[in-house]
Structure formats: structure tokens, C-alpha cells
Design a protein. Sequence first.
Length: 127
Amino acid sequence: MSDPVGEFNLKNTAIGFNTTADGQLQQTVDFEGTATGFGGVFGTLIITQPLAEAGATGGPCAWAGKALLDDNSILGGIGEGTWEQIGSESRFKVSMIINISDGGKLRSEGVIDHGARSYSGHLYDAS
């Protein structure tokens, strides 16, 4: 694994649930905080699964968000990856590839801690 190009520290601000048009359960988890080189970061982790798999301990996930840079410009980011529960804890490892609106691409490796309502980790160049 290459050296990180940055880190992120986000706080959970909301959790929502919905159903999709094809009857799946969708969970959205909103975060805000900071990330190296991106200033203020605001985003949503999205997990969509069949209702029968609501108790799963891993699966696919997606990310959609924006960053307000120090110069007040805005970048968008969308990504896909996986999440996996760490043992029997209320913590989850999340790995994603995120495409940035300026053409960049990052790999995000982090941990969501539900008890602490936090999501933190490292960013790697994925270009």
C-alpha cells in the first residue's frame, strides 16, 4: 500500500432510511468535517440492500459529497466501495474509490465508529 496523501475526520450528523423503487432498504449516513487538501467536507454514505439482508455485516456502499476548499471553490466527489463490520463491534471498515470533479481519483480507507458518531481515515492517490 502506498503512503497516504492525506486524512479525513468526519462527524455523523444524521442517519436516514428509505425504500428504493425496486423495494430495497436504503440507509443514508450524513457526515461533515475536514479532509487534507479539501477544507470542509460534506457527504453521504449510501448503503442499499434487500430487506432480508438488513442484518448483514458487510456489502457494497457508495459516497456522494462536496468539499468547500479554502479558496471558497467547490469540488464534488462520488465513489463506490465496500463496508465490513469489525468483529462484533459497532465499528465498520469502509474502503472506496472516489472520483473528484476536478478529474482526480482517491482511494479512501477509513473506519466508522457508530458509538463515537465518527468516520476517520486516510486518503491515497488512485490515479
